[in-house]
Design a protein around this ligand. Sequence first.
Ligand code: GRF
Length: 203
Amino acid sequence: MSQLVPKPSDTAASRVRTAVLISGTGSNMVALLEAAQAADYPADIQLVISNRPNAKGLAKAEALGVTAICVNHRSFETRAGFEDVLDATLREHDIDFVVCAGFMRVLTSEFVGKWSQKLINIHPSLLPKYKGLHTHQRALEAKDTEHGCTVHWVSEGVDEGEVIAQSSLHIHAEDTADSLAKRVQVLEHGLYPDALRIAVTGR
Ligand code: GRF
């Protein structure tokens, strides 16, 4: 009779080897690492890379038992030089999927092409509204009543890739850019683990 229940080692092998790219605090990275602690979560986060040596998220990743590396973009004369080492580091660790979580470097079309359909990002607005920076202030100035965050595939245009999932909230009369930033981050921490699951499984 055939064995239908996968052995634990088979289950681990089928999880997608994933890296998270950060530049700062890493609160989204922590939310992803916590979700990935569940044995049935489809992504196995093996590596965290920061482009900034002082990113607080590096120590948080190490504390959670994940390899954390800095590839300092300032050590390279060109964006291509930085991305070559970023790409090589990902491949040295047999990474199959890359998640940008507060990663504040624009990636070139060459890098995006190498990781096509394997590279996602989170953005603090309801895309296609407010690509780029200062999204909370712009939503307030436009007198929007709704705001939120988006997880999307990374494509050549900044914040332009296909949307995977969004989460929204109502803007209150007393909201400021700071209060919106805090409230949207809470949404992000719930959204990103679900969106990564959808991205790697197609469900
Ligand atoms: C998040 O709000 C994300 O949307 C934006 O940068 C922030 C990163 O925060 N791109 P953290 O480093 O995950 O705490």
